[in-house]
Design a protein around this ligand. Structure first.
Ligand code: SF4
Length: 268
């Protein structure tokens, strides 16, 4: 379990579930898969199954031990609404989020139909945000599923953005994140696609967060768009803090010294 995250739009990650299976085009170069296999090789106790879906009861209470309030990306190494995650376990995850009122939890999924199907059976306190990934115009129906969820903040993650989305369905959406794919097999993203989405968000008064250009060298490409960074957060919510959360697991030195774009790129 890594409690620290350098993912730009969050402060910590919490992984009561690890492992997943590919569901759409955005999954092709899934960072979580690569990262899970590295952690398995490094001997991390939560990755003995590699990328096979695994629930971790011993990780459930971790956020309750963090005293300082923070934004927490839930299941950055999986998809909480994967069909193999039992409803009883999802309920336990939500129970912890409900108890940990001092944190804000960001639940992001590509399994929007299961999210919509189960939403009515789960509590949705104000500190639990719900989001879906939409990597291209093929997957706009995920936004319709998201709109049925009674979360106070609903958000879209357009990462990796694989094509233009000229008619983004923004009704009922408070936040949009855009990012290009990173890593050795990164697929290109057009600046025109990003500008168009930014302008759609501006016109609809939806907060816009530009995470990265991506590419082979993500750091070099940066995250500046038209002369500035775009770090908007949902209106009425706290700003991101700059102080990272502490780690709760220390990787072997061989792993720590390996540069990895994976650790800075969200999956799901
Ligand atoms: S973790 Fe996310 S990107 Fe990776 S396979 Fe699962 S749904 Fe796809």
């Amino acid at each position: 379990m890594s409690a620290y995250s350098s993912i730009e739009w969050t402060e910590a990650t919490w992984n009561p579930v690890t492992g997943c299976s590919k569901v759409s085009k955005g999954c092709k170069n899934c960072y979580a898969e690569r990262f899970a296999l590295r952690l398995q090789a490094a001997g991390h106790p939560h990755y003995v199954n590699g990328f096979k879906l695994t629930t971790h009861h011993d990780a459930l209470r971790v956020p309750l031990m963090w005293r300082k309030p923070r934004l927490v990306f839930v299941c950055s190494m999986s998809d909480l609404f994967h069909e193999e995650v039992p409803l009883s376990f999802i309920r336990q995850v939500f129970d912890v989020m409900r108890m940990a009122k001092h944190h804000t939890f960001q639940v992001l999924t590509k399994r929007s139909s299961r999210l919509a199907e189960l939403a009515g059976e789960l509590p949705w306190p104000d500190n639990v945000w719900a989001g879906v990934t939409i990597e291209s115009g093929e997957y706009l129906s995920r936004a319709n599923d998201l709109r049925t969820v009674p979360a106070k903040v609903k958000f879209l993650s357009l990462e990796p953005l694989l094509g233009p989305i000229p008619h983004l369905p923004l009704q009922g959406i408070q936040w949009v994140i855009v990012g290009g794919e990173s890593g050795p097999s990164a697929r290109p993203m057009s600046a025109g696609w990003v500008r168009d989405i930014r302008d759609q968000c501006s016109n609809a008064n939806v907060a816009f967060f530009f995470k990265q250009w991506g590419g082979l060298r993500k750091r070099d490409a940066g995250r500046v768009l038209d002369g500035r960074t775009w770090d908007e957060m949902p209106h009425g919510t706290a700003r991101l803090q700059s102080t990272p959360a502490p780690r709760t697991w220390t990787a072997p030195a061989t792993y720590r010294t390996s540069p990895s774009a994976c650790s800075r790129t969200p999956a799901t």
